[in-house]
Design a protein. Structure first.
Length: 327
């Protein structure tokens, strides 16, 4: 009941956004370029994270920016202790430390990132502070943590009983073996378009479970785990970060869209590039999602089992991504 009401409200307020966006661009564009397309807000995220995309959609429906939408959207997963691959409750490294990586990118290609951050629930918000309050793009480890305290973030123990117990179990054999689709969701990458037609993205993770202390993957690396170009679109990744870094996956996908590929075609080409470096049957998982300026979306992965959430005025759906290797 509550949900139906929300959907109804969302579509009503979205209708408001559409007409005001149309009006604004007609009124303010002094060159009077013909308005050919109505701007339609949309948000997409890796994995089946309806609470996160719901939150982002609420922000967009209230005329919020894409940047606020993606930050607030992924914060839902960072705070959710049942999501053991992001934020609080994330699986630790092999020494039992939960270390977080995140990055954010806005419509003007401003970006911020934190890597190897400990004791802070919302690395995405620290990344945004790096972007907005410093002349830098990335802060690491202790420096990032001290910066977070300076900005008013609270110190918090991120290792939950559940993740600690699983880590202790893992320590009995200490077999470092990343598992394909380790659970039903992994790194959360989110891309949104707001009522102005502007695109922003966010990506946040606790990284590979039981990694070597200090290891950083693709997720906080602009161009690898996330990339946005407001003229073209955005892309984000989940899966074995080392492989995404090697092909600068998200940047590649945005560039492929610039050359005319649809988001779906670009994600498929991004996966094929990884395949071309690893042989036909890699035993790891990578998933990409992408969005273009028109609000078209795509997703593709190596192994079956990856899905992504899409929330637009057409509804809120979980889409199963096609995979290079069939089940
Ligand atoms: N991409 C993340 C990393 O390599 C992990 C994941 O998405 O599973 O740290």
């Amino acid at each position: 009941m509550k949900r139906r009401k929300f959907l109804k409200n969302s579509s009503l307020s979205t209708a408001g956004i559409f007409s005001s966006a149309l009006l604004t661009s007609c009124e303010t564009d002094k060159k009077l370029k013909p308005v050919t397309e109505i701007i339609k807000p949309i948000v997409i995220a890796t994995w089946d994270v309806p609470n996160a995309t719901d939150k982002a959609w609420q922000v967009l429906s209230n005329t919020g920016t894409a940047l606020d939408a993606v930050e607030q959207g992924v914060m839902i997963e960072e705070a959710d202790i049942n999501n053991q691959s992001v934020g609080k409750g994330g699986r630790p490294d092999r020494d039992g430390n939960v270390t977080l990586d995140a990055c954010i990118m806005d419509k003007d290609s401003n970006c911020g990132a934190v890597v190897y951050l400990q004791n802070i629930v919302h690395p995405i918000s620290v990344a945004r502070k790096v972007m907005e309050d410093t002349p830098h793009v990335m802060l690491a480890g202790k420096g990032a943590e001290l910066f977070a305290y300076e900005k008013g973030f609270e110190k918090e123990n991120l290792l939950t009983e559940k993740s600690r117990a699983e880590w202790l179990e893992w320590k009995k054999t200490s077999k470092y073996q990343p598992v394909i689709n380790i659970e039903n969701h992994d790194t959360i990458g989110m891309l949104a378009i707001d009522a102005n037609g502007d695109i922003a993205g966010a990506c946040t993770t606790s990284g590979m479970a039981y990694k070597i202390g200090g290891r950083v993957g693709d997720s906080p690396i602009i161009g690898a785990g996330l990339f946005v170009d407001n003229e073209v679109g955005g892309a984000t990744a989940t899966g074995v970060g080392e492989e995404v870094v090697r092909t600068v996956g998200s940047f590649l996908i945005v560039e492929l869209m610039r050359q005319g590929k649809t988001p779906q075609e670009a994600c498929e080409e991004g996966v094929k590039r990884i395949i071309s470096k690893n042989g036909e049957k890699p035993d790891f998982q990578i998933g990409f999602i992408a969005i273009n300026k028109k609000g078209e979306t795509g997703g593709y992965c190596i192994q079956p089992g990856f899905s992504y959430r899409v929330y637009s005025e057409k509804g809120h759906i979980n889409k199963t991504a096609g995979s290079y290797i069939s089940s």
